[in-house]
Unconditional design. Structure first.
Lengths: 208, 320
């Protein structure tokens, strides 16, 4: 059975997130959250600042290695930001972000860079404060492994590489769609053999 | 249909709030409930000013949960085109009038953690309805309200007694000015800002906030423009095959209506975009006065907002 798959980077449908290049903006606090190769995007962005040292003196940088093990934390540590925090994983990074948000004021700029999993989950925490999501800067770098929610059991499987894949919670064979939920910070996975159980197309590695 | 469906109302009450402001309460003629609205909505009041048809937008200031009537406050503008003078001089209780359905171009963003409101003068009216709405569901707000003097600070007493710790008043005649930078830098993340008042104040608030890193999506403003007067000009209406002359105190939209041409509109104040019209030919200068078209669109002279904008030059042909 041949299934037409959408290229990973094409903005195929409206809910598929699109990303831009990070740009320095005026602000009294710069909250910078990155993982994986997103570190390089942060270094490039800071390099574009008119007042590089002024920006870094007002920056709080949080970073964790990518899902494939890429760890560029050294590049960010040497930037000399007012605060640098390295977490081992995304779930270990997010509580720090939430704590920073609790004290943050308007005039804060947000920069997210790296995998879609990191960007989406950080964006969700920032959005929960009422800050407009369209004002959060996001640049995708590095791994394209996806965070996918099974629409049947609602369980989320991290770092999905193949399409279709087996839900890590309920075991259904899921087709990875481009439909994305900002609220859940995940792509949608839909049972591919609901009508003909067992008729599952061959898995293809789409995300790396 | 232009302007949408209409509400047939009767004036129930006219109250003199201060030397410049009168409040009008409208109820439906058949005693039915009026349509629901949300804080920040406005209605367009139709006036028959001794043969001249006037349609002016006014913010609804009453509690949106009270559907037994709508209230507006009108500031008298002695130099204006006459709408506010008509309301002040001729509208009395018992009079039958026509209103548009409420339209909200200045709603609260209810995703916000907190709502920061900045009002100048009569710009307080949409905030009165929004504050009533926030009070019902426990939303957090902070209001900074500037008026020329204590005597001209409409509804200040009502606001400060109901919300003593959330309302801050400023008086021009006592040289009091909002310490805007301080107010802006102390707002928790997730605050949205709303400003309504004179043009100068709106520009000051928006540009200061943007320079301090506030994102555009968290900044909301409303300013109704009066169409503004100018030299008479002639316009060719391509679709209806008519050529009309717009008088010095008339808007292009009003001139089209007077000529029997159906033209769409909602706010009649250059804000909503409903009356946007394609320009077929322009040999001269369009005096853009709206804040709907982008600066690039205005410079291109391929679109015009007939509710507020005028023309100077040889030929203007529009698609209407």
């Amino acid at each position: 059975m041949k299934v037409d798959l959408t290229p990973v980077n094409a903005p195929s449908i409206r809910s598929r997130p699109v990303y831009a290049t990070l740009e320095p903006r005026p602000g009294k606090l710069h909250v910078i959250v990155a993982d994986d190769e997103g570190a390089a995007a942060v270094v490039e962005m800071v390099g574009k600042a008119n007042d590089r040292s002024g920006m870094l003196a007002a920056s709080h940088v949080m970073y964790c290695p990518g899902p494939t093990g890429t760890d560029l934390s050294a590049q960010l540590e040497v930037l000399g930001a007012a605060q640098f925090f390295r977490a081992p994983t995304i779930p270990a990074l997010l509580p720090r972000l939430v704590r920073v948000l609790a004290d943050a004021h308007m005039g804060t700029q947000f920069y997210l860079a790296g995998t879609e999993g990191l960007i989406g989950q950080a964006e969700r925490e920032i959005m929960a404060t009422g800050f407009p999501h369209a004002s959060i800067q996001k640049e995708q770098r590095g791994s394209t492994l996806r965070r996918v929610q099974c629409v049947h059991c609602k369980g989320i499987t991290e770092n999905v590489a193949t399409d279709p894949f087996k839900c890590s919670h309920c075991g259904l064979n899921l087709f990875v769609r481009d439909h994305y939920s900002r609220r859940i910070a995940a792509f949608m996975g839909v049972c591919i053999d609901a009508e003909d159980p067992g008729q599952v197309p061959e898995s293809v590695v789409r995300f790396r | 249909m232009s302007g949408g469906a209409k509400l047939q109302v009767r004036v129930a009450e006219v109250v003199e709030v201060n030397d410049l402001v009168k409040r009008f309460r409208f109820v439906s003629r058949d005693g039915s409930l009026l349509p629901a609205f949300s804080g920040g909505a406005h209605t367009v009041v139709e006036m028959d000013d001794h043969g001249v048809r006037r349609l002016n937008p006014y913010s609804l200031m009453s509690d949106a949960e009270d559907r037994s009537g709508y209230e507006i406050s009108v500031r008298r503008d002695d130099q204006g085109r006459g709408g506010s003078l008509y309301m002040h001089r001729h509208v009395v209780p018992g009079m039958e009038m026509t209103l548009s359905y409420p339209v909200n171009l200045f709603p609260l963003d209810n995703r916000a953690r907190k709502h920061l409101m900045i009002a100048g003068g009569i710009g307080i009216t949409p905030f009165l309805a929004q504050i009533a709405q926030l009070t019902h569901f426990g939303g957090r707000f902070e209001l900074h309200y500037a008026a020329r003097s204590k005597a001209l600070g409409a509804y200040m007493d009502r606001l400060t007694s109901a919300h003593p710790d959330r309302v801050h008043c400023y008086f021009d005649d006592q040289k009091q000015v909002i310490d805007l930078e301080k107010v802006l830098e102390n707002q928790p993340i997730g605050t949205h800002l709303y400003v309504c008042g004179p043009k100068g104040m709106i520009n000051w608030v928006l540009s200061t906030a943007e320079a301090m890193g506030w994102p555009k999506q968290a900044l909301h403003h409303e300013e109704f423009l009066a169409p503004g007067t100018g030299l008479p000009f002639t316009v060719e209406l391509a679709a209806s095959g008519k050529t009309i002359t717009v008088g010095p105190t008339q808007s292009l939209l009003e001139a089209m209506e007077a000529a029997g041409v159906e033209a769409p509109y909602l706010c009649r104040g250059g804000a909503c975009g409903q009356c946007e019209t394609v320009v077929r030919k322009c040999d001269g200068t369009i005096l853009h006065r709206d804040h709907w078209l982008t600066p690039e669109e205005q410079a291109a002279n391929t679109k015009i907002m007939p509710c507020v904008s005028r023309f100077e030059g040889k030929t203007l042909v529009i698609d209407r």
